[in-house]
Ligand binder design. Structure first.
Ligand code: CO
Length: 205
């Protein structure tokens, strides 16, 4: 036990950065007291504490799959249009789209920035009332891949793009009056299972 701690302390002295202490050169003075073996048990505790804290916070941040739509940024809108992205991790890059009230028509372009083919990682944008989207997605699933996972003539769908694979883009332009009543509305990907992580809100502001 003590040996391990002493080794850890020694490692910390040899490699300050590995222990989470980013303080540059001046650290030489801080490291000076450590040589005393008797001090070893006391020293490592404060020295080691910051390190795990830094390391555990890092993985938590880099967990994109669990990022809820609400935590994603709003789409950048200009000239009554926006471009959003879909990736190979089943994620859009935005969590909401605010359509300016001054726009009579609005265009959404979806860029698939991944590499997987449409059959494995297809993405589209389907807009419907939030209350309808699960049913719309279920009917799209039943319609199948040949139908782009969108039920033909589905009156609940305000607008939808075609399904694209990695490296492809698609866009749809629709009349914004369809979004002004009966909301809230959402956009989502109707590829099987993707609605779980690929969804966001769309509203006229
Ligand atoms: Co998708």
């Amino acid at each position: 036990m003590n040996i391990k701690i002493t080794l850890l302390a020694a490692a910390c002295v040899l490699s300050l950065t590995a222990c989470g202490d980013r303080t540059p050169p001046p650290a030489t003075e801080t490291a000076a007291p450590t040589p005393t073996p008797a001090d070893a048990p006391a020293e490592p505790v404060p020295a080691a504490t910051p390190a795990p804290a830094t390391e555990t916070s890092a993985p938590a941040v880099s967990a994109p799959a669990a990022t809820p739509a609400a935590d994603k940024p709003a789409a950048v809108v200009s000239n009554c249009a926006t471009e959003i992205e879909g990736n190979d991790a089943i994620q859009y890059n935005v969590g909401s789209i605010a359509v300016p009230a001054s726009c009579s028509e609005f265009t959404i372009t979806l860029r698939h920035v991944g590499q997987l083919p449409v059959a494995a990682m297809g993405h589209n944008v389907v807009i419907s009332r939030t209350d309808d989207m699960q049913a719309v997605a279920a009917d799209g699933l039943a319609a199948g891949a040949d139908a782009n996972y969108v039920k033909a003539g589905d009156a609940r769908i305000v607008a939808n793009t075609k399904m694209v694979g990695g490296g492809e883009s698609t866009s749809v332009t629709f009349n914004t009056s369809k979004l002004k009543d009966g909301g809230p509305y959402s956009f989502f990907c109707s590829f099987p299972g993707h609605i779980v992580t690929m969804k966001g809100t769309i509203s006229v502001d």
